[in-house]
Structure formats: structure tokens, C-alpha cells
Design a protein around this ligand. Sequence first.
Ligand code: GDP
Ligand code: MG
Length: 215
Amino acid sequence: MSSRKKTLLKVIILGDSGVGKTSLMQQFVNNKFSHQYKATIGADFLTKEIIIDNNKPVTLQIWDTAGQERFQSLGVAFYRGADCCVLCFDVTNEKSLNNLTSWKDEFLVQSNVSNPQDFPFIIIGNKIDVDDSKKIPSLQKKLHNITHNQLGGLNYPVFETSAKDSINVEAAFEVIAKMALQQEELNAASGGDVNDDYNDAINIHLDGESSGCGC
Ligand code: GDP
Ligand code: MG
């Protein structure tokens, strides 16, 4: 009875409020973009099936915040069982770039992953469609400093995207999926069945529709 599980990969998107996390997810999953700012409503995650390396179907389950990121209080169910963490900033907002480090730290504290050194993080700088004059001055230099010095000297992949114009969004999520798959395989190999844990979390969320995060 070798019931091989369908590969479900949990991806969480973190970053300051307003950087475009919901927009990136909507663009990737539904090919939609809205100018209207609205706090995230409804489901806590969206799913999309994609094929990696031409032959590996995986389902990405992308968890978005419902605005609680303002208070950095997302609760353990949000983080539990994550296979990849996307750290987002807005290329017009320097504070959001500087906050990447604290989002990473927050993730590591809350998720309690067993491999903080090797856990897959990816960085997205969103809103590259805006006029250059509005972008953070010396962005590449500052970004390099943050990724190489503050984020632990690790070489995380960096994507500059536009959720508005659909630039690099698919490419970023494809890399996210590959990284998450590797992480999931590592989890499986080490015997931990993380998926069961977070499926429990999902049920809590689905059952408690109107109770917000419930965590
Ligand atoms: P979140 O708080 O991180 O989820 O951010 P939202 O997805 O709600 O986006 C915040 C605001 O930025 C909204 O007004 C979006 O329309 C806008 N926005 C998001 N992505 C882009 C983008 O790629 N380019 C531009 N110009 N605006 C964007
Ligand atoms: Mg949002």
C-alpha cells in the first residue's frame, strides 16, 4: 500500500503591508491585478498546480496574510509546515527593504524549522513597473548589502517583479516551487511528516471561516 502523497507545497509570503504580497499571489494564481488597496479577505491561501522540470506536477499552496502583518502577529498555524518562505519588499519603499531581516527572523522564530541555516528563502522586490525616479536610490547596492550581510551571508535568489504588469511573477514562483520541493523532499527523508501538521492547520482555517486567523 504505497500511497504516495500528492506533492503539496506550502509557501508563505511575508513582508511589510503594502509591498504587494496579495497582488503577487493574485497575479500568479488568477492573472488578475487590482489598483484598489484592500486588506486581504476570505481564504488564507490560494492554490495553483504547476509542472516543474517538465514532468513534476506540484500544488503550490500560497499563504497570504490578512493584514495582520502590520502587527507581526500571524500565529503559528500560518507558519507551520512551510516549505519555502518568500520575503517581499517594495522597490519604492526603503523601509520595506530594511525590514526583510526582521521578517526572516520572525519566520525562523515562529516556524521553528529544523534547518534554519538551509531553509529556502527567496526575495522579491516588487513594483518594478514604477518610474525610476520613485525607486530606492542605489537599490542594487543596498539589496546586495542586505542579502549578503544582514540576511546571514546566504545567497538567496532575488527577483524583481511587477504584479501589475506581470513581470517575472511566474519565473519567481517557478523557482519558489523548485526550492519548496527540495525542502519537502528533505522533510520527507528526515521522517517528519510536516504535511499532516499543516493540513490540520488548514482544517482549522476552513472550519472557522469567519474567525479570521483563529490562532
Ligand atoms: P500587501 O499589503 O503586501 O498584500 O499589498 P497589496 O497586494 O494589497 O498591494 C498594495 C498596493 O500596491 C495596492 O494598491 C496595489 O495595487 C499596489 N501594487 C501591488 N503590486 C504592484 C505592482 O507591481 N506595481 C504597482 N505599481 N503597484 C502595485
Ligand atoms: Mg495583502
